[in-house]
Design a protein around this ligand. Structure first.
Ligand SMILES: [Zn+2]
Length: 417
């Protein structure tokens, strides 16, 4: 092709001499433009490690990088990258100015792709827009997350949340660590046993781990054991969010048993009332029904009342008053004939020390749950989740608040002495 066309593309690509464009080929059927880039013979090559000008050793087999499209044409760069022979570092592949090492995409394409993936609702949609296989989109995500994690700072991290979520239709679990102050997911591991939860802690740099003051978590033994093992000085806070969940479950189980009993007698009062008992506030249009239900003096309404009373625990001014409140509440519950609520009360009593830490560290995983809808959406787009690592990368990509942008390789800084 015309030398001036090559020069034209060299300028568009902002390739500095001695890099040059050796050919530009278009495939009108495949709608592809291929630009071949070359490094001239007998031209010194900078060692990627020390920057020293070395002699050209040989060339790698030709490789292709996907670049931003031009008009409707897919644009790709092709180059047989030179290798140099450094007296100190041996034979090394030269660093190219258009891509990060190991990438099959140019830096501009990666930056664009990261923006597209971030804006898309699903991986499939992103793959369509980028004209890539979803596998390649996953690879872009992996690389972006790797960059983001390498640059991430956890300085000033004081309060974290540990939580578990189901994964792959509930057959498997993942555990997450979140930053509760600057809401972001810090790490995701597969499973929820003690060792796996330890891995959440060890994902933090050690000096940072020792500066964390408190961690919110459920009362399950694994997260507690993991925290004692990996971050023994951290205050454990069994947060109100999980406590509410346990009490809600107890109310619901009580309701179900009672509804069945009533139904045997032809009483359908409790039918379809499940969600009325779950929230503190009852919607306007159900207010009358709910008041009626409360007046029936049902087991369900008593269970509901104890659950609602427990909310006040969190509003106590300090740990001493909190303990006093709890003792009273516990006594009343234990006098009731509500085995499900009593079981939760016993669990709470066994964990009281770490419930009272709330008054010093008023944290909760409610925030972690704020990521729920986002993670739910990621989960729904389940392509490639046989591999847990894909899932982890996507959660960190969308919920990790990472700096995902690619960077041009920095030019070797020093010249030959
Ligand atoms: Zn070198």
């Amino acid at each position: 092709m015309d030398e001036s066309v090559n020069e034209h593309y060299r300028q568009l690509l902002k390739l500095e001499a001695p890099w040059r464009v050796t050919s530009v080929e278009k495939d009108l059927v495949e709608e592809t433009v291929t630009i071949k880039v070359g490094w001239p013979e007998r031209t010194a090559v900078a060692c990627p490690q020390c920057g020293r000008a070395c002699s050209l050793y040989d060339r790698m087999p030709e490789r292709t990088w996907r670049h931003l499209s031009v008009m409707q044409y897919l644009l790709e760069l092709r180059c047989a990258v030179p290798r140099c022979e450094c007296p100190e570092h041996g034979v090394k592949t030269m660093r190219v100015p258009w891509a990060e090492p190991g990438s099959r995409f140019t830096v501009q394409f990666e930056a664009f792709a990261v923006a597209v993936i971030t804006a898309c609702r699903s991986l499939t949609q992103a793959a369509d827009l980028l004209r890539l296989h979803w596998d390649s989109v996953q690879r872009l995500i992996d690389r972006a997350v790797e960059r983001g994690l390498a640059r991430r700072s956890t300085q000033g991290l004081k309060r974290v949340g540990l939580d578990e979520k189901s994964f792959l239709r509930g057959q498997r679990y993942i555990s997450l660590m979140t930053d509760l102050k600057d809401p972001r997911v810090l790490e995701v591991v597969e499973g929820r046993d003690t060792l796996q939860a330890v891995a959440l802690w060890t994902a933090l740099p050690e000096d940072q781990r020792s500066k964390v003051e408190a961690a919110a978590m459920d009362m399950g033994a694994n997260f507690v054991a993991a925290t004692r093992l990996a971050a023994p000085k951290v205050a454990i806070v069994h947060d109100r969010f999980h406590v509410a969940k346990h009490l809600n479950d107890a109310v619901d189980q009580t309701r179900r048993q009672e509804a069945a009993r009533l139904a045997e007698k032809g009483d359908e009062s409790l039918k379809k009332t499940r969600y009325l008992w779950l929230h503190g506030t009852v919607p306007e249009q159900h207010q009358a029904t709910f008041t009626e239900l409360l007046e029936m003096n049902l087991k369900t309404s008593r269970a509901w009342l104890y659950k609602e009373q427990m909310v006040e625990f969190w509003t106590q001014p300090d740990a001493a008053r909190g303990e006093h409140f709890f003792t009273q509440w516990y006594r009343t519950v234990m006098r009731s004939r509500l085995p499900k609520v009593k079981a939760v009360a016993r669990t709470l009593k066994a964990h009281l020390v770490n419930l009272l830490t709330y008054f010093q560290h008023p944290i909760s995983n409610a925030l972690t749950e704020g990521f729920n809808s986002k993670i739910q959406a990621i989960k729904a787009d389940a392509r490639g989740f046989r591999r847990f690592q894909n899932y982890r990368a996507r959660i960190l990509f969308f919920c990790g608040k990472l700096d995902l942008a690619p960077q041009l390789p920095s030019a070797p800084t020093h010249s030959v002495p």
